[in-house]
Design a protein around this ligand. Structure first.
Ligand SMILES: Nc1ncnc2c1ncn2[C@@H]1O[C@H](COP(=O)(O)OP(=O)(O)O)[C@@H](O)[C@H]1O
Ligand SMILES: [Mg+2]
Length: 460
């Protein structure tokens, strides 16, 4: 596989010591994924000092497939996995996986809903219960992802962080979490996808077998919870290593969590700033989006340097209605796919499928998507497109009616919803190598800057 040759900071990151913890942050398109793949190959190569079995791990299946493809021909001691795959495998080796004992997201929502209703009965009229189930799910995921050992640790952290929950509600949230666990036990489940990491850590603490992996390399580390990262750090021996690659501008799951809360012992953070993927004009739209006040700020964000490659301005198409947006998506996908790879990005898989209806003759493919995929149309979602890249990207429904979505607004309120949705859009936009087409109908997209000259603005 012909991966690019590392330059500058990339070289440094690639050959960081083969023991200890390393963190590499970089904005989109700066080579994190490629360097993560190369570093994993390097660490698993026999003959290299400190080499050993290596786990290259990320959060989504699509990106894990992409990394797998990049790692073809890599040494045998390299495994590419999603975190869930790794955790299940480890717990299985400890005899803890039996049948279907992880609750899936639909059943989880049902159980969280039941827990809320049961606890609400004890607090009639309390304002906390005006919130949507999605909000509670998100909060319970955050608590679990932080790995709090008991209510006091949660309340203490809540006191310190800029909490979104009024003081008199916090212990009620904890009560809901405990009740959810009871209901889950009653149904015969042992875990959900959030707390599986807690058990991995507990098991590793008492596991005196030699560690299976000597090195762990993480891509899109900002999308793993602190407890997941800690469990990966626990999974390697003291002379092993953890290399964390991430971009906090693309944190699309839940609430802002820094690598600093993951217990990694890092002396110096490497930063990648040179964008090798996008054209200048596409990067400008992304940079503009990330500098909007609603995008949020964090010291983990790396200021991107505008790339040097010229290209056409992204196109913003103002349509009369959604029907026309779908038509434009199909026409554009047909035209651009003659020459390269085109991603049609929907909010859900159903939406992506609906958008591509009528393009059957083009044999539209769903992810998994590979590094050297042939020209054609690929349907994807904001979540699954993470980490991938395409010659062209088409993002419909950017208008006020869809972005931020009603669900996000209902669950999280305007400020938080804007920040979350802006990150989703940022991920989608930064996947495009040379062409980016956005469509909307109705009011001008609230997330997009109206600075003149960013887009070629057209009406069909
Ligand atoms: N040193 C380099 N020289 C040339 N191209 C590079 C280099 N590093 C990365 N690239 C290219 O830039 C694009 C983005 O790389 P990727 O690793 O996906 O970035 P990130 O994960 O940071 O978003 C890919 O097409 C990759 O091949
Ligand atoms: Mg990447």
């Amino acid at each position: 596989m012909n991966l690019p040759r590392p330059v500058g900071h990339q070289k440094k990151a690639l050959y960081l010591p083969s023991s200890g913890h390393q963190v590499v942050l970089g904005s989109a398109g700066t080579g994190k994924t490629v360097m993560a793949a190369l570093r994993a190959q390097y660490l698993s190569t026999p003959g290299i000092e400190g080499h050993g079995r290596t786990l290259l791990v990320t959060s989504t299946k699509a990106l894990s497939g992409y990394l797998q493809h990049m790692s073809r021909g890599a040494p045998e001691g390299l495994d590419v996995r999603t975190y869930g795959h790794f955790a299940r495998g480890y717990l299985n080796s400890r005899g803890l996986m039996r049948g279907r004992n992880i609750v899936d997201s639909r059943a989880r929502r049902e159980l969280v809903g039941q827990a809320i209703r049961a606890v609400a009965d004890h607090y009639p009229g309390h304002s906390l219960f005006g919130r949507k189930v999605e909000w509670f799910e998100d909060e319970l995921s955050w608590i679990t992802g932080m790995g709090f050992q008991g209510e006091d640790a949660y309340l203490e952290t809540e006191r310190r962080r800029r909490s979104r929950i009024p003081e008199n509600s916090r212990s009620i949230v904890w009560e809901i979490l405990e009740h959810y666990h009871d209901l889950r036990d009653e149904k015969g489940y042992d875990f959900d996808w959030d707390d599986i990491a807690i058990t991995v850590r507990k098991e590793l603490a008492g596991d005196d077998q030699p560690r299976f992996y000597r090195h762990v390399v993480i891509d899109e580390g900002q999308d793993l919870s602190p407890e997941e990262i800690r469990s990966l750090a626990d999974a390697v021996p003291p002379d092993g290593s953890v290399s964390f690659f991430g971009d906090y501008a693309q944190q699309i799951y839940g609430q802002a969590m820094s690598w600093k809360s993951c217990g990694l012992a890092v002396r110096k953070v490497e930063r990648f700033q040179d964008n090798f993927r996008n054209t200048k004009a596409i990067a400008k739209v992304a940079i503009e989006l990330s500098s909007q006040p609603f995008f949020g700020d964090s010291e983990d964000l790396v200021e991107p340097i505008a790339p040097k490659v010229d290209g056409a301005k992204p196109t913003l198409v103002e349509c009369q209605d959604e029907q026309e947006e779908m038509e434009i998506v199909r026409q554009t996908a047909r035209r651009l796919s003659a020459e390269g790879t085109v991603a049609v990005v929907g909010r859900t898989w159903e939406e992506a499928e609906r958008l591509c209806r009528g393009l059957e003759s083009l044999h539209v493919k769903k992810n998994p998507y590979s590094w050297d995929a042939p020209p054609g149309v690929y349907r994807s979602t904001y979540y699954s497109v993470k980490g991938l890249e395409f010659d062209s990207v088409i993002v419909p429904f950017c208008g006020a009616a869809h972005m931020p979505s009603e669900e996000a607004l209902d669950a999280f309120g305007e400020e938080d919803a804007m920040a979350r949705e802006a990150k989703l859009l940022y991920v989608a936009i930064t996947r495009a190598k040379s062409d980016l087409v956005l469509t909307y109908s109705g009011k001008y997209p609230p997330l997009l800057s109206s600075s003149p000259g960013l887009f070629t603005e057209v009406r069909p």
